[in-house]
Design a protein around this ligand. Structure first.
Ligand code: HEC
Length: 257
């Protein structure tokens, strides 16, 4: 391999690490910190419950099986069948605990209803970030000019209705005003305020969206629950191995000088 080839290969492979790993489009709005903890099993269980109740009618998790999430969340198969399975498959058959978390939504019809088909959310925890999903669920506001009557700060002109409006209530948008110098760059960001409250307080609603975000981030890469533990063991092994390797090296080299 020529030197120039080697350098370009190195630069290319380095760029894989440098490029941002998530889509950061957020309509110019600032993201709020989701502050999730994927090791909090109770939060994951609540997130799964909210997902199957409020989201799965439209969004599938086609890379995830019910019994896999049950295992990771400390639930038995019976608990899953009773609490998490409400859908039937596309042929109308009852869903089994080993099935993928799909739904029976007709994608083409849905694309007509919403302007865009509801995407599968298996990997959204990676393609977007935790903060993005959390902010998205907290950024719906009333907009009578939109077909669903709502818009979203981080996803302008979104096709999705505000399905959690019953819990959160409906927010009103307060446009950003330019500061006294008329400098748009320093203008305050638009803000939302809830004028028609839902059944939850703001703090309770934020907790719901945090659990949902936690669940979606876990589902996007279930192995992350264990990956970091493996990492610690590998580093411990390397640390101990280093001592023996060093002693061995001293032993071999002691007569050479
Ligand atoms: C009535 C159908 C419907 C329901 C129920 C629904 N969504 Fe959506 N959702 C959509 C549609 C349609 C889109 C695509 C919007 C677009 O592209 O304009 C979408 C988009 C999204 C996106 C953005 C995906 C991306 O990366 O572009 C996320 C995240 C999301 N939904 C999360 C949720 C969550 C969480 C719930 C449950 C609380 C939920 N949705 C419930 C219809 C729905």
């Amino acid at each position: 391999m020529k030197l120039t080839q080697l350098i370009s290969t190195l630069v290319l492979s380095a760029s894989v690490f440098i490029l941002p790993s998530s889509v950061s489009a957020n309509g110019g709005a600032e993201l709020q910190s989701a502050n999730i903890d994927i090791h909090n099993q109770a939060s994951l269980q609540r997130g799964a419950k909210y997902f199957v109740n409020y989201c799965q009618g439209c969004h599938s998790l086609k890379f995830s099986r019910y019994n896999r999430i049950a295992l990771d969340m400390g639930l038995t198969n019976d608990q899953v069948i009773e609490n998490l399975i409400f859908t039937r498959d596309v042929k109308g058959n009852p869903t089994k605990v080993g099935n993928l978390m799909t739904n029976a939504l007709d994608k083409e019809a849905a694309a007509k209803w919403f302007g865009a088909p509801p995407p599968d959310l298996s990997l959204v925890g990676r393609s977007r970030s935790a903060d993005w999903i959390y902010t998205y669920l907290n950024s719906f506001y009333a907009d009578p000019s939109r077909p669903m009557g709502v818009n979203n700060l981080v996803f302008p002109n979104v096709g999705m209705p505000h399905v959690l409006a019953g819990l959160q209530g409906l927010a009103t948008l307060h446009e950003a005003k330019a500061d006294e110098h008329g400098d748009a760059h320093h203008a305050a960001a638009p803000t939302l305020s809830i004028e028609e409250p839902g059944s939850l307080t703001q703090t309770e609603y934020k907790a719901v969206t945090r659990d949902l975000t936690n669940f979606l981030v876990y589902v996007a890469e279930p192995v992350q629950l264990h990956r970091k533990t493996y990492g610690v063991w590998v580093l411990l092994f390397l640390g101990i191995f280093f001592i023996f390797a060093y002693l061995l090296k001293k032993e071999y080299w002691k007569d050479v000088h």
